[in-house]
Design a binder for this molecule. Structure first.
Ligand SMILES: [Zn+2]
Ligand SMILES: [Zn+2]
Length: 348
């Protein structure tokens, strides 16, 4: 098994070779068909997230042990099965759900694995998809994508699921409502594409970049503005939007979202850009504002999302297939903002 691993935080990935692991108990061994390259892989390789005001949360503190294999947007086929694995056969294909909990705590029992305090996320705590094989702890985490191209299906494990789960957290909307999408990068565009599958509200996109605004309009946004265009935004949303999703996660973008939602409106923070927010506290009770976070999504949401993308009702995000050997280049291209759509690594 060839894996590209984080050997030292802040250093390029290194190629390491291992014997293929043998699945134990409920585990399955999956031969990887494709693995998307996600922004959070950069944070994982750097070894920290910026919390603002000089504070950092480090991967070492969160229990990540080196070396480890990043990558959590994985598709593949089953090549070996543990003795206790059920409902799975050699050759089964699927998207691997990576946001796996401890399986024992109250939240895991309620299938809220992203709320588990001791998660075992693939590509962060357990080895991920920058490899040709991966051990998946249970066959229930393999979600069949039917006859889709595995490279097209892979990004839905994170980029697609993150956008979908954020949309699902917003209470039901009507066709007169607005949902504001801040940041029209990969996840934000997924939010625009998937919005009509979840909500009746129209989508207004805010992004500094003209090209991204045009892409958002093509993806189905009703309006798209630069953040400086606040007068035009105000004129369109009237008393305020039902909700805003901040796909950037900077103080400026969350603040913008808070300023644009109506009373009782919700701001969902998704992006992990970093920093800290100063906010006027009286306005929270006076406007009954809901500020909440959303981190990736649950297994049940991935299943629902895969049904939607298999149905052909939503346009799929474009992918760029590259050989797994280009993993380091792919990460530096992503870091430099040179990537349109999703890079998907394909092992030989
Ligand atoms: Zn991701
Ligand atoms: Zn748990």
């Amino acid at each position: 098994m060839k894996s590209y691993q984080v050997v030292d935080f802040g250093k390029p990935l290194e190629l390491r070779e291992y014997d293929n692991p043998k699945p134990q108990g409920k585990e399955i061994l999956v031969k990887i068909s494709a693995c998307g390259v996600c922004h959070s892989d950069l944070h994982l390789a750097d070894g920290y997230f910026d919390l603002g005001e000089g504070k950092r949360i480090t991967l070492a503190d969160r229990g990540t042990k080196l070396p480890f294999t990043p990558g959590h947007e994985i598709t593949g086929s089953v090549v070996a099965i543990g003795d206790d694995a059920e409902g799975v056969e050699i050759g089964d294909t699927g998207i691997v759900f990576p946001w796996i909990g401890c399986g024992k705590c109250e939240q895991c029992q309620k299938d809220n694995e992203t709320l588990c305090e001791a998660p075992k996320y693939l590509g962060a705590r357990l080895n991920g998809g920058y490899s040709d094989h991966i051990i998946v702890p249970d066959s229930k985490y393999l979600v069949s994508y039917g006859d889709m191209d595995p490279a097209m299906a892979a990004p839905y494990a994170c980029s697609g699921l993150t956008a979908f789960s954020a949309l699902k957290k917003i209470p039901e909307t009507s066709s007169d409502d607005w949902i504001i999408v801040i940041g029209a990068g990969g996840v934000g565009i997924n939010g625009v594409l998937l919005s009509s599958a979840v909500h009746k509200a129209k989508v207004l996109v805010i992004d500094k970049d003209k090209e991204k605004r045009e892409k958002a309009l093509e993806a189905g946004a009703a309006e798209a503005f630069s953040p400086e265009d606040s007068e035009n935004i105000r004129n369109i949303i009237g008393i305020g939007a039902a909700a805003a999703i901040d796909f950037v996660g900077m103080p400026e973008t969350t603040d913008l979202g808070l300023s644009l939602v109506k009373k009782g409106g919700m701001v969902v923070v998704v992006g992990l850009y970093g920093g800290s927010l100063k906010m006027s506290l009286p306005l929270i009770p006076m406007r009954s504002t809901i500020l909440r976070g959303s981190y990736v999504g649950e297994l049940r949401e991935l299943k629902e999302l895969v049904d939607i993308i298999k149905s052909g009702k939503v346009e799929l995000i474009p992918v760029k297939k590259q050989d797994l050997e280009t993993a380091n280049q792919a990460m530096s291209d992503l870091r430099a903002g040179k990537v349109n759509g999703r890079i998907v690594l394909i092992p030989k």
